[in-house]
Design a protein around this ligand. Structure first.
Ligand code: AR6
Length: 179
């Protein structure tokens, strides 16, 4: 686990399973229909139980780059934030849409008065975003947000594989040492 203090907030990077996190919210890498899918989305739906799919169906959908909130049902986390990342095309908009997922989730967490939130590496599985590029977008966006946030928020990036964790650790190190 790697942990950085940013203002009065903390950014953590861990290797693990997001469904097991005890933060107030966990973020789902959702699709725009908010339908239960594969990857981290499938794992979250399995762990939360069938009421999560019913809550998502009631919301109906979510545009790329935006976030919708449901309860966490059987999860330890009280809330699931469903963020829809971009399908990677190598286009200039990709990074902005990916950053928007992180920024909108963080804004909502603060608005709701939450103390902690866990993110997966959104778009880096089925949606094909290269892991290092995605890590740069995600960690830059989170760090920028936390620099001006006074809420005392704990933000945890949860990487499923060891190689993905190592990439995030390197990118964060470069970011924090100003390189
Ligand atoms: N905990 C943490 N990270 C995980 C877990 C887990 N339990 N399982 C997988 N990952 P993906 P996307 C990592 O494909 O690319 C779904 O069907 C995984 O290693 O889940 O945004 C949705 O419904 C990868 O690094 O999400 C959408 O249709 C990261 O989570 C579509 O896939 C994201 O991989 C979204 O694709």
């Amino acid at each position: 686990m790697v942990s950085w203090q940013i203002g009065n907030n903390v950014l953590e990077i861990v290797q693990g399973d997001i469904t097991e996190q005890d933060t107030d919210a966990i973020v789902n890498a959702a699709n725009s229909r908010l339908a239960p899918g594969g990857g981290v989305c499938g794992a979250i739906h399995r762990a939360a139980g069938p009421k999560l799919a019913m809550a998502c169906a009631q919301i109906g959908g979510c545009p790329t780059g935006e976030v919708r909130v449901t309860e966490g049902f059987n999860l330890k986390a009280k809330y699931v934030f469903h963020a829809v990342g971009p399908v990677y095309r190598g286009a200039p908009e990709d990074a902005e849409l990916l950053a928007s997922c992180y920024r909108e989730s963080l804004k909502k967490a603060v608005e709701m008065g939450l103390a902690s939130i866990s993110f997966p590496a959104i778009s880096t599985g089925i949606f094909g975003y290269p892991i290092r590029e995605a890590a740069e977008v995600a960690l830059n966006c989170i760090a920028e947000f936390l620099r001006t946030c006074s809420a005392g928020l704990k933000v945890r990036m949860v990487l499923f594989s060891k190689p993905d964790f190592e990439v995030h650790r390197e990118v964060l190190h470069h970011l924090m040492s100003g390189r």
